[in-house]
Design a protein around this ligand. Sequence first.
Ligand SMILES: Cc1ncc(COP(=O)(O)O)c(C=O)c1O
Length: 486
Amino acid sequence: MSALPPGFIPTSDVLEGRLSGADVRRLELAYGNEELLYGLDVLGLAGPFSRVTPWELEDERGVRRINASGYAATPFGEMPPAITDFMQAFLRENRAMGLPQQSTGPWRAALQANLVRLLARELPSHADSQVFFCSSGTEAIEGALKFAKAWRPKAKFQISFASGYHGKTLGSLSLTPNPEYQDIFRPLVPGALTSPYGDLDALRSLIRRVGPGNVGCVVIEPIQGEGGVNIPPAGFLRGVGELCRQHGITVIADEIQTGLGRTGHWFESAAQGLDADIITLAKPLGGGMTAVGATIVRAPIYKKMLGGLSSKRHSNTFGGGALAMAVGMKSLEYLIENDLPARSARLGEQGLARLQALQARFPKLLQAVRGQGMLFALQFQPMVGVPLPGPLKELVFEATAILALRELHGAGVMANLSLSSKRTVRLTPALDMPQDVFDTMFDRVEAFVQTHPNARDLLTRTPPQVTARLAAFAASKPKKRTPSDG
Ligand SMILES: Cc1ncc(COP(=O)(O)O)c(C=O)c1O
């Protein structure tokens, strides 16, 4: 056996914990997204964190926190035994091909069938739908956009909604109307139009203005996740479905964040009366352990793009891989056996009630709170009224959620930013988080709110050296960054 070259890090070093926290931060800054990780490091949020239980993480000083981060992609927490035990059995016993690209595969076959049957329980019109697998949410959207395009090839326009988020590859980015992510990449895929979320009349006028026959698809999140947990008015989703059906426009329900129980239903769009033509799934399908994306498509639309000799028009190498499919199957099984969508709805009501009570008591900190199922949002008041010089002022405006995240971290709860909403922090706890951990998490959120009754406190309680480093970071041009020692 040849020796590893100097500097090559052996797997055993990582597996056996021989990389220190400082080593990890140094390597990440040197070879990864240095600026992002430096920003997190300045805030004390860079980790690395390790798992204590599926629901609790520990930093290198041994401080434990309840994990409500994970951007809805860790439905059963970190390294959930139900999934990891199954993965071990899979590794021991599986004899099916790992990547059955050009052949049938038992795991893919079974997961396709299970997904369609689950969906058809809610939406019988999907009983003969077909599934295309991939390895991320954005890729599931890219597939959906191609299916819609092939279905109505002459249509010039696709419609998505303000504050929506569908991913960052070029197609999905074109329908994610956020200048921060889009501007440098213009021109994007042509024909993307934006309509206000929750406003059916506006969508109707837009479609009328450009001509219904020119609209290929409408892409919609049943609840906007990255937009800050925006719940549309009752009847909106049903109305979108009816309007599009009337004009033969394909509806893509992006359930990547909401689907499979997060919002208390298997498919939030179906629960809200929308029978979409295409449904995208990803995040929780991978059980927090693998990357699985799925695009579920009505049979005629599927066949139009991939029928006959065109069956290779859309493909990928890793989609349908045995390990990913097997974990996807186990995730669905675990969700069903533990009735997690219903549990999510039940605990969600408790959590939201606690947040609403807090918002009523502390309106100078919390402008609004929102939630459905185990998807919670705390929207903070702007940190105004603080006279600050140029770049720091900019930063402070931008940084409300970042500083809130830091303070929550200090209170023992790890939370998420919202990619398309600057003043909103989200909590996405595991759907199977035990009740006592769930209650403690909200006790800690409450303790955090009580010690920060005014949004200004987010800034004043941040140590001046941290604000100064953040300001310097925001103002400076990229350069090599030095990580902290932990
Ligand atoms: C609704 C929605 N669609 C698409 C995506 C993109 O998924 P991914 O990050 O796996 O590409 C996300 C990710 O947050 C999402 O929330």
